[in-house]
Design a binder for this molecule. Structure first.
Ligand SMILES: Cc1ncc(C[n+]2csc(CCOP(=O)(O)OP(=O)(O)O)c2C)c(N)n1
Length: 329
């Protein structure tokens, strides 16, 4: 089955501005998460989504609240784009009682069922079965819900993905396999771990494949909307490849990256392929916002995020007596 590539597309002014705000919110959240790590306020590590914001936002803006997503170790952007509350997310990162998992999950295990987020997963490809099962559930109940499985291209090496794609294709399940190809599996370029074509894997099961510029939020949104429509109409799964780049390290502690990728490569992506800068330029060209308006939006979001992180830092930890409650393992 042929892989199609999406051209740049238009969106309504309202959606264009909302997608801008959502990407800025994710970027600001991640900058604060990095600060929490650097100031030793956050236990453990976290994997920043900076640079990849257009993927989560473009996809989630094509979904309804009751639609499902499953996420990855690099999952903050997915959570926020699907509607998670910023303060509760910071609380989870900090191990606080008010967090999404009462502080017991941390960065890599945030779930937000009210907004259809079935959870992040620290196991590479670990959520593929969950997303496919949720799609099966939606189909069986006739609820019309669509399920999106976010995963990095590193997950292409995991067998479970092929088991579930086989069933999803046979049973025409309303699921979208959303491959965020940011070029690196930890510290290894994906071309060293991935034989053949990325999309060829889904095509082998007869699943339509679309490949899109993951730095272009409008193109992602258009491709995701087509896949959602296909899923809701009963036509079955789609495999979407979003080509993107993480601007920072694999995790916050991965600071010296020159042994696996060049500074010039990073600089090129940052200066030429930043999804927020690209979309801001589009908004200005279309006369939908001028520089002052975008600055006002940035400032408002920054202030909201700073206030949320301050409240989360001051929030109480859970009672030590509940250490073995709400834990299933
Ligand atoms: C089954 C499994 N094997 C290994 C790991 C260790 N690990 C964590 S992230 C990662 C690389 C993931 O790369 P990719 O899926 O492309 O996602 P990205 O980090 O680029 O977003 C690995 C190997 C893991 N978490 N789970």
């Amino acid at each position: 089955m042929a892989t199609t590539t999406t051209p740049a597309v238009d969106v309504t002014p309202e959606l264009g501005l909302r997608m801008y705000s959502q990407m800025v919110r994710i970027r600001a959240f991640e900058e604060q998460a990095n600060q929490l790590y650097l100031s030793a306020k956050m236990p453990g590590l976290t994997h920043l989504y900076i640079g990849e914001e257009a993927v989560a936002v473009g996809v989630c803006e094509a979904l309804r609240r009751e639609d499902y997503i499953t996420s990855t170790h690099r999952g903050h952007g997915h959570c926020l784009a699907k509607g998670a509350d910023v303060e509760r997310m910071f609380c989870e990162l900090l191990g606080k009682e008010q967090g999404y998992c009462r502080g017991k999950g941390g960065s890599m295990h945030i779930a937000d069922h009210v907004n259809g987020n079935l959870g992040a997963n620290a196991i590479v490809a670990g959520s593929a079965g969950i997303a496919t099962g949720a799609a099966f559930s939606g189909k069986t109940r006739g609820s019309g819900q669509v399920s999106v499985c976010f995963f990095g291209e590193g997950a292409l090496g995991q067998g479970v993905l092929y088991e579930v794609m086989n069933l999803a294709a046979l049973w025409k399940l309303p699921v979208i396999y959303l491959c965020e190809n940011n070029l690196y599996n930890e510290y290894t370029h994906f071309s060293e771990t991935t034989a053949g074509e990325v999309g060829g894997r889904a095509a082998a099961f007869g699943i339509p494949v679309e490949e899109v510029d993951g730095q272009d939020v409008r193109a992602v949104h258009a491709a995701a909307s087509r896949a959602v429509e296909r899923a809701r109409s009963g036509a079955g799964p789609t495999f979407l490849v979003c080509n993107t780049y993480r601007f920072r390290g694999h995790h916050v502690g991965d600071v010296d990256r020159t042994y696996y990728r060049g500074k010039d490569e990073e600089e090129r992506w940052r200066s030429e392929r930043d999804p927020i800068t690209l979309h801001a330029a589009w908004l200005r060209e279309r006369g939908l916002a001028d520089a002052a308006e975008l600055e006002r939006i940035d400032g408002e979001i920054d202030a909201g995020i700073s206030a949320a992180v301050e409240r989360a830092v001051a929030a109480p930890f859970p009672d030590p007596g509940e250490v073995d409650e709400h834990v299933y393992a």
